[in-house]
Design a protein around this ligand. Sequence first.
Ligand code: BTN
Length: 316
Amino acid sequence: MRLLIAHATVVVSGTKIAAEIGTSRSEVWRLVQQLRDLGVDIAGHPSTGYSLKSMPDLLLPDMLVPQLHGTIFGKHIHHHYKIGSTNTVAMDAAIAGAPEGSVFIAEQQTAGRGRGANQWHSARSTGIYCSVLLRPALPPSDVLVLTLATGLAVHSAIQEIDSRVVPDLKWPNDVLIGGKKVCGILTEMNAEITRVRYVVVGIGINVNQSKFPAELQTLATSLRLATGTEWSRVELCTALLKSLDREYRRLLESPDAATSILRRFQERSSSAHGRQVEVEENGIEGVTEGLDARGFLQVRTAQGVRTVLSGTVRLK
Ligand code: BTN
């Protein structure tokens, strides 16, 4: 891919590609077929050479890195065409000592994980499946605010690209459009009682899906379905990582950042106040009354105000 992008307007011979990447021409042909299967528009054949017909919307480090200079995410981007789960890869890399700001991206996940026992539908090159590794000097109790900040980062990235789209945040980690889920966030961490060792924030955004499996059709939407146009995943992913970088730095550096995150989250969430909800795992039922100072959802029930510490909030 790197070679074809570097020679985007010309035909590059199979022999040259083979020599540059140290393989045979028949292997080059096989790789080209693989890229075509991924939707990359490549013209030509072994006897003449190959050329890119259009710039592919693949989330390759070469496409992202130049736009991420000065952020913590610009140095260690790992791209996979097909992987089980980017969160699992990121957690494994964290144990092995990968640095803060490492990013793990996949074109396709075969075992994408959602919260609880849920799976995350991760069809090839249609969504963004991205996990970032952070090593914040924060107590574990502050990680909830970090994940709320990630929702805000997704919200701003979408609006930066198309300000007509108004996403709606649902506590703790969903982004909805028209009541359907367009993004889910799975935060996992390894911590001591007072100190986080590392956090992996996994973000799944439905970008260019034109349809979903039957069981998801009433629950999920994509940016393409919501707007009627195809989105650049490269542009959105760059905007997301830049926005997340801003939120994260502010959270570490500014004493007011957590308060600002909680305020902005509630402003961008139609269900944080005054919505009848039921929490699936613990049966709390009532009307939402905003977030407390640590970011937990408050719900007024028949027995008084209850604090939701975890669980899936169902809007009624
Ligand atoms: C949810 O809403 O249940 C959370 C979904 C999180 C999905 C993302 S996709 C990238 C990362 N890798 C995973 O396996 N899951 C997260």
